[in-house]
Design a protein around this ligand. Structure first.
Ligand code: HMG
Ligand code: MG
Length: 298
């Protein structure tokens, strides 16, 4: 039997906004997260406790976490590259922390300023502290389908990092297409290899839509038994350390596809479209969701 239920992780407030050049006021971030909560997401990536020199847009993570209206049962996640980030996430009462590494050495250096092996050493105390404090532990593996600096990334490199993350006690693994270059058969292969090592129920697809392949890649992942997907409302975003990378796949587009396939998400598409309109209007940007535009212009 195929996948009948999907967990959607809304990453717009973090991955979507982190690349914005102009600082987005804290109250706008809070309003966006509150609207997404109301739309019914089970998991929202709300903050990133990284160096403010590296990613100034995310400098107000503590204020954002303190200002949102939390809904019972919703997981509000925060990125934590090291213990300093973890301490901030703990103080902010994050429900889940995300350690983030890469399957390519070049990207690891550019994004977090250390090698893959060093990153695992930095993540180890974060993982230990998260588990000791009863905080969910997720790991993101960037450049799993291609690297902006190195080019091709062998599937063995992805598998190797997943194994190392698993040894740290990670509970959910995000297989990320940072620059959106992956294609359907490759995605099927990578997801199939990863799910030989970890339960498919613990694996997520995180697809940027730079080359327009994200929906096809989600479909391919579904066929490989994956049932967790990340997306960004109105297709916001990019990565500050992946030049030219566009946003994550638009949440509205994924929801429309899943709805049409009879796959349950528990999310109210109309409310997501309104949230996408809210943030696109604020940013004075065309809504990057095709479904959002089609429905708003009806
Ligand atoms: P570093 O310079 O090697 O670290 O950076 P350091 O430990 O030497 O510290 C340098 C300075 O940063 C110090 O401050 C620290 O206190 C401060 P100074 O003494 O110079 O004033 N610092 C921090 N401040 C706040 N919070 C912290 C923190 N850590 C150190 N947690 C570091 C290493 C990882 C910190 C840095 O490289 C960094 O912050 N990188 C951010 C990378 C990032 O956020 N990238 C975007 C998110 S990942 C992503 O988008 C990909 C994903 O979506 C999946 C995909 O699509 O691929 C997840
Ligand atoms: Mg990303």
């Amino acid at each position: 039997m195929g996948v009948t239920k999907v967990k959607m992780v809304e990453v717009g407030p973090r991955d979507g906004l982190q690349n914005e050049k102009e600082f987005v006021p804290t109250d706008v971030k809070i309003e966006l997260i509150n609207r997404l909560t109301e739309a019914g997401f089970p998991n929202i990536e709300a903050a990133s406790f990284v160096s403010p020199k590296w990613v100034p847009q995310m400098a107000d993570g503590s204020e954002v976490m303190a200002g949102i209206t939390r809904k019972e049962g919703v997981i509000y996640s925060a990125l934590t590259p090291n213990m300093k980030g973890f301490e901030a996430a703990l103080a902010a009462k994050a429900d889940e922390v995300v350690i983030f590494g890469a399957a390519s050495e070049a990207f690891s250096q550019k994004n977090i300023n250390c090698s893959i092996a060093e990153s695992i050493d930095r993540f180890a105390p974060v993982a230990e502290a998260a588990l000791a404090n009863g905080i969910r532990l997720r790991a993101s593996i960037s450049t799993s389908f291609g690297c902006p600096y190195q080019g091709d990334v062998p599937v063995e490199s992805v598998v190797d990092v997943v194994k190392r993350m698993k040894a740290l006690g990670v509970q959910e693994f995000d297989i990320a297409d940072t620059i959106g270059v992956g294609t359907a058969n490759q995605v099927y292969e990578v997801m199939s290899r990863v799910t030989e090592i970890v339960d498919p129920a613990q694996v997520a697809g995180h697809f940027h839509d730079t080359y327009g392949q994200a929906l096809a890649n989600i479909l391919s992942s579904l066929r490989a038994g994956i049932s967790i997907f990340h997306s960004s409302v109105s297709g916001l975003g990019g990565c500050p350390y992946a030049k030219g990378a566009t946003g994550n796949v638009a949440t509205e587009d994924v929801l429309y596809m899943l709805q049409g396939m009879g796959i349950e998400t528990g999310i109210d598409l109309d409310k997501v479209i309104d949230a996408g309109d809210f943030i696109s209007t604020y940013l004075k940007r065309q809504n990057a969701s095709r479904v959002g535009r089609a429905i708003l212009n009806k």
